[in-house]
Design a protein around this ligand. Sequence first.
Ligand SMILES: Nc1ncnc2c1ncn2[C@@H]1O[C@H](COP(=O)(O)OP(=O)(O)O)[C@@H](O)[C@H]1O
Ligand SMILES: [Mg+2]
Length: 356
Amino acid sequence: MGHTIWFMEGLSSQRDIISGVQEFFKHTQQTVTLIASHHHQRNEILSLADIALIEPDNDEQRMDFIVTTVKNYGVKALHTGRNCQWFETHRQEIEALGVSLTTGATSITMLTLADDKVEFARAMEAHGLPVVPSLRIESAEALRHQLSSADNKQALCVKPVTGIYGMGFWRFDDTATPMSVFTHPDSRKVHPEMYLYALGQQEDFRPLVLMPYLPGPEYSIDMLVEKGRVIAAVARRKEGALQYLEQSGPAFELGKACAQVMQADGLVNVQTRNNEKGEPVLLEINMRPSGGIGYTRHSGVNLPALFALRQLGLMGESEATLLATDSFTPAVVRSMTDVILYHPTLDNLSVSNGSA
Ligand SMILES: Nc1ncnc2c1ncn2[C@@H]1O[C@H](COP(=O)(O)OP(=O)(O)O)[C@@H](O)[C@H]1O
Ligand SMILES: [Mg+2]
């Protein structure tokens, strides 16, 4: 088999990545075989690939599964968006199979740094990159103390030090009614006393980041990075329900600088937000593809395809960089929920013992 690329389970964009790659190679002479795997029966993702596999649930079986699959199908490139710490620990073993491995990072250190938003903020500051001022809160009493000494509680917000999907992000608001967090959860505003009360009831305290609330707009920068070198990037400026696809500006540049400092490797995402001076500051880096990476296709730049081309050795670095800027046109997109047909059975499903 010629060029085989394998997308293992990711967090939220495996389907868009696979369809980006498929779409590109449909219009070329190159034949690329695409394998998709997931540990759940996610047929809407798996059905898109040439070959579908169900991943084992546990760490112990994963290496055997990888060895078998790489050998059976002659996999050249392997991408994962989940279990990245495990993959990074087994990098040498996996690469010894003759496959290139993409975890989003080049070391466990950087994955760990990206996971801790306070440590991340410190590291970025040390590199001279603007980042949201972040204070680690270790107890309910500590938060009460900080809030009581703040001039303007309204200007403060919290989120978990380690977290995803925006879960646990709340703005403090003295004028919020006790019920408003239940009636208007999407406003993300809570009366400080309500929050402190709930926090005080919590048995195991999970550390929080206390930050100034930034007015925005927010940017999400999707990038293809190779060992810290940014090959391609598209920024999404979020304004209400609309997202503006851009390829220049201070937030775009800050995103690239962050990926470089973090020695990112693969499809990754940096988020920034403008402070009250209108300057972007870093919120976080996700060392994996963002949920919205698929939106960037509307700018003409196909980040997943560029990734596949590079990993399979089908395009040089400078050619990829050039294509990423040449194919770009500014665009505005709006996300909406949709449904697709779900096929309860897969006709491309193979078994991991490789009798395909
Ligand atoms: N300091 C802040 N000011 C305003 N909004 C924020 C701030 N920090 C986070 N947010 C909002 O919360 C969301 C989630 O925060 P983020 O740092 O991206 O964490 P995660 O996505 O890992 O949960 C952001 O997309 C942003 O909209
Ligand atoms: Mg985020």
